[in-house]
Design a protein around this ligand. Structure first.
Ligand code: GLP
Length: 242
């Protein structure tokens, strides 16, 4: 595991964008796993800048997002599809048919999970996966549990996640109670993983996840077992590290 401590959010975002730009330059048809949340916004801005500067071409790339809320439409401003359109997809030349997010509005959610997992396999898996880190150690929406969920599945969100994500909704009762998320097994199959954490609110969980025991109670700790993980933190998320 490679841990990079950036001097601030902007440097963290630039380093992460470089990892993705490098992956696209090495293989223009690379398959990227993408994440939502506040943390990756700066990285997406850097990628958009590079596209506008003519140094990055997404026309052969494929993306699979980690997760999506259940029961909200892709046009809802709180959906992850909307977030991705706003922060990345509408600004770059990715082909719409190459963009994938789970459909949280599917009539048969279990079937949707199976098809999402199949679509990733048909694309020959994920070359580079971006992750954020929940305050409770979740990755995607894999919440603390007594075992690691393997494949894409429907999850009941933890109360701490509902509270953390309520900042995006009018009230916490508007936050969906369920989501579809890639499983820990899906994430661990990615050939390369880049995890970002920013701010002092993440300092404790960064230490527990990457310097504590591997346990499903801290889902991100499983990344210690992956052979190509780069954790990029800014200075405030690194304050609890020796
Ligand atoms: C959500 C997402 C996660 C993300 C987490 C942290 O719950 N499902 O993928 O990593 O939030 O978000 P933030 O970057 O806003 O702290």
């Amino acid at each position: 595991m490679n841990i990079v401590i950036a001097k601030d959010y902007s440097e963290m975002s630039r380093i992460a964008a470089n990892e993705f730009a490098h992956a696209i330059h090495a293989n223009p048809s690379c398959v990227m796993g993408l994440a939502t949340g506040s943390t990756p916004i700066g990285m997406y801005e850097c990628l958009v800048e590079e596209f506008r500067a003519g140094t990055l071409n997404f026309s052969y790339s494929t993306t699979f997002n980690l997760d999506e809320y259940c029961g909200i439409a892709p046009t809802d401003p709180n959906s992850y599809r909307y977030f991705m359109d706003e922060n990345l997809f509408s600004h770059i030349n990715i082909q719409p048919q190459n963009i994938h997010l789970p459909n949280g509005n599917a009539s048969d959610l279990e079937k949707e999970c199976l098809s999402y997992e199949d679509a990733i396999a048909i694309a020959d898996g994920i070359d580079i996966q971006l992750l954020g880190l929940g305050n409770n150690g979740h990755i995607g929406f894999n919440e603390p549990a007594c075992s690691f969920p393997v494949t894409t599945h429907v999850v009941d969100l933890a109360q701490s996640t509902i509270e953390a994500n309520s900042r995006f909704f009018e009230t916490s009762s508007d936050v969906p109670r369920q989501a579809i998320t890639m499983g820990i097994g899906t994430i661990m199959k990615a050939r390369k993983i880049v995890l970002l954490a920013s701010g002092d609110g993440k300092a404790d969980i960064v230490k527990r996840a990457f310097f504590g025991p591997v346990t499903p109670e801290v889902p991100a700790s499983v990344l210690q077992l992956h052979r190509d993980v780069t954790v990029i933190v800014d200075d405030s998320a690194a304050t609890k590290l020796d």
